[in-house]
Design a protein around this ligand. Structure first.
Ligand SMILES: Cc1ncc(COP(=O)(O)O)c(C=O)c1O
Length: 477
C-alpha cells in the first residue's frame, strides 16, 4: 500500500514538473517570437537619412499587450485567433485594416506615406494616402476621389445623379486609366486621349483644346491624368503646364508616377517631375524602380480626409466608435478593400536599410546603364532609335535592322519586314534562355525593342552582352 501511495506521489510530481516545463517552453516561445519580430523592426542599419521616429514608437510599445497581441495564444479578436498563418514567417504579410490588428504596420504606413508626401513637396508631408494592390488600382482610386470631390452625391445616388463626365490623359498613358473609367461606370469613351509629341510627352495645347471641346459637347471635365514616366517611351509629361490648365478649368490633376515617381528620390533626375507638387494626387510604385518586391504601390493625396469621406462605410463590427484608442489610426475604412495585404513592411525595411541615399544610388545607376546603352547604339550600324534624343527614363526604344533589310529601298516593304524582326529575336532569346527584351508597336511605328532597366545589379558588361546577343540572333533575318 505504501509503495502504491509513493508511486502515485512520484507520478503526480512528474506530471506537475512536466506541466511547469511545458508552461515555460510556451512562454519562452511567445517571447522569442515577439523578440525576433521586434529585432526585424529595429535591427536595420542606422545610416539611413530617413529618420523614422516610428522605430522608437514601435520598439517602445512593442512590449505592450497591444503590439504583441496578435502573437499571443489568447488573442481572440475577430478572425485572428492563433493560426498557422500567423506564424512569424508570414507575419509581415498579414492583414491590415484596424490599428488593433496591425498597430506596427499602421504606424509604419503613416510615417512612410508622410515621408513620400514630403518628397513630393507637400508642406510638412501633409495630406493622405494608402498602399494599394498596384499602380492600376492607385490610378482608379485617384479617379474615384476626383469624381467624389466634384460630385459627392455620387457615393449614395450613383452615376445617374451626375452629368456626363470627361477624363483626359495622353495617348501614351497606361491602359489602367481606361480600365478605371470602365470599372467606375464612367465608360472608356469618356476618356479623351490627348496627343503626345515625338518623344511621348502630352501636348498641353491639345489638352486645353480637348477640354474646351468636351465642355461644348456637354461633358464635365473632372480628371486629368498626367504621366511621369510613360510605360513605353518613359516620357515625363510637362506637369507645370498641365497644372495651369487644370487650375484654369477646375479639374483634378493626377500624376501617374507608377513608373517614374521614384525619380523623385534622385537629386539628379527629380527635375523631370517639376510641378508634381501641384497635383491633387500621385501614384508612386516602389515595386518598380525601387525594387521593392510586388506588391507595393502608393496613392498619395493632397487633401486630408477626402479618402475617408469617399470610401468609408462605418462597418460597426470593425470600426467601432467607442474604442479606447485614437480612431484615426483605423485606416482601413479609407480603402476599397476590407482586409488589406501588408505592403508597407518591405518598403519600410528597405528604406531603413538603404536610406534615401541608397535608393537614389540605385536609381541613378539604372539611368546610367540606360544612357550607356543609348550611347552605344545610337550611331551603331544596324540600329535606329524610335525617337530622337536621350531617353528621360530607363526605357531605351530602338529597332535592330538585320543586314538583309538595312538597305532596302522600298520603305513599305522595309517596314513590313522590320515589324517581324523583334518578335523573332525575342523568341530566339527565350529559346536560348540567355536574355529577354520586350517589344511592341506604338501608333504607326512597327514593332521595336524597349529595353527597360530597373535592376541596379545589372552591369555595363550585361549591356554589351545584350547588344552582341541581339546581333547574333538577328543577323540572318
Ligand atoms: C505608367 C504606368 N501606370 C500604371 C501602371 C500599372 O501599375 P501596376 O502594374 O502596379 O498595376 C504601369 C505598369 O506598367 C505603368 O507603367
Amino acid at each position: 500500500m505504501l509503495c502504491y501511495v509513493m508511486l502515485c506521489y512520484v507520478m503526480l510530481c512528474y506530471v506537475m514538473l512536466c506541466y511547469v516545463i511545458l508552461y515555460y517552453i510556451v512562454m519562452w516561445y511567445i517571447k522569442l517570437r515577439s523578440f525576433i519580430f521586434l529585432s526585424m523592426c529595429m535591427c536595420v542599419t542606422p545610416h539611413s537619412s530617413f529618420t523614422c521616429r516610428c522605430t522608437f514608437t514601435c520598439s517602445a510599445s512593442a512590449f505592450s499587450p497591444q503590439c504583441i497581441s496578435s502573437l499571443l495564444v489568447f488573442f481572440l479578436d475577430q478572425m485572428f485567433t492563433l493560426q498557422p498563418s500567423h506564424s512569424l514567417p508570414t507575419l509581415p504579410f498579414s492583414i491590415q485594416f484596424t490599428y488593433e490588428v496591425a498597430p506596427v504596420f499602421v504606424l509604419l504606413e503613416y510615417v512612410t506615406l508622410k515621408k513620400m508626401r514630403e518628397i513630393i513637396g507637400w508642406s510638412d508631408g501633409r495630406g493622405d494616402g494608402i498602399f494599394s494592390p498596384g499602380g492600376a488600382i492607385s490610378n482608379m482610386y485617384a479617379m474615384l476621389l476626383a469624381r467624389f470631390k466634384m460630385f459627392p452625391e455620387v457615393k449614395e445616388k450613383g452615376m445617374s445623379s451626375v452629368p456626363r463626365l470627361a477624363a483626359f490623359t495622353s495617348e501614351h498613358s497606361h491602359f489602367s486609366i481606361k480600365k478605371g473609367a470602365a470599372a467606375l461606370g464612367i465608360g472608356t469613351e469618356s476618356v479623351i486621349c490627348i496627343k503626345a509629341d515625338e518623344s511621348g510627352k502630352l501636348i498641353p495645347a491639345d489638352l486645353e483644346r480637348r477640354i474646351l471641346e468636351a465642355k461644348q459637347k456637354g461633358f464635365v471635365p473632372f480628371f486629368v491624368s498626367a504621366t511621369a514616366g510613360t510605360t513605353v517611351y518613359g516620357a515625363f509629361d510637362p506637369l507645370i503646364a498641365i497644372s495651369d490648365i487644370c487650375k484654369k478649368y477646375n479639374v483634378w490633376m493626377h500624376v501617374d508616377g507608377a513608373w517614374g515617381g521614384s525619380l523623385l528620390m534622385s537629386r539628379r533626375h527629380r527635375w523631370k517631375l517639376d510641378g508634381v507638387e501641384r497635383a491633387n494626387s500621385v501614384t508612386w510604385n516602389p515595386h518598380k524602380m525601387m525594387s521593392v518586391p510586388l506588391q507595393c504601390s502608393a496613392l498619395l493625396v493632397r487633401e486630408e480626409g477626402l479618402m475617408q469621406n469617399c470610401n468609408q462605410m462605418h462597418a460597426c463590427y470593425l470600426f467601432q466608435q467607442d474604442k479606447h484608442y485614437d480612431l484615426s489610426y483605423d485606416t482601413g475604412d479609407k480603402a476599397l478593400q476590407c482586409g488589406r495585404h501588408v505592403d508597407i513592411f518591405k518598403l519600410w525595411l528597405m528604406w531603413r536599410a538603404k536610406g534615401t541615399i541608397g535608393f537614389e544610388a540605385q536609381i541613378d545607376k539604372c539611368l546610367e546603364l540606360s544612357e550607356y546603352l543609348y550611347n552605344k547604339i545610337k550611331d551603331r550600324e544596324g540600329y535606329e532609335m524610335v525617337f530622337d534624343g536621350k531617353p528621360q527614363h530607363t526605357n531605351v526604344c530602338f529597332w535592330y535592322l538585320p543586314p538583309g533589310i538595312r538597305y532596302m529601298e522600298d520603305k513599305e516593304e522595309r517596314k513590313k519586314h522590320l515589324h517581324k524582326v523583334a518578335p523573332v529575336i525575342k523568341a530566339r532569346m527565350m529559346e536560348y534562355g540567355t536574355t529577354m527584351v520586350s517589344y511592341q508597336p506604338q501608333g504607326d511605328k512597327v514593332n521595336f525593342f524597349r529595353m527597360v532597366i530597373s535592376n541596379p545589379a545589372a552591369t555595363f558588361e550585361d549591356i554589351d552582352f545584350l547588344i552582341e546577343e541581339i546581333e547574333r540572333l538577328g543577323q540572318d533575318l
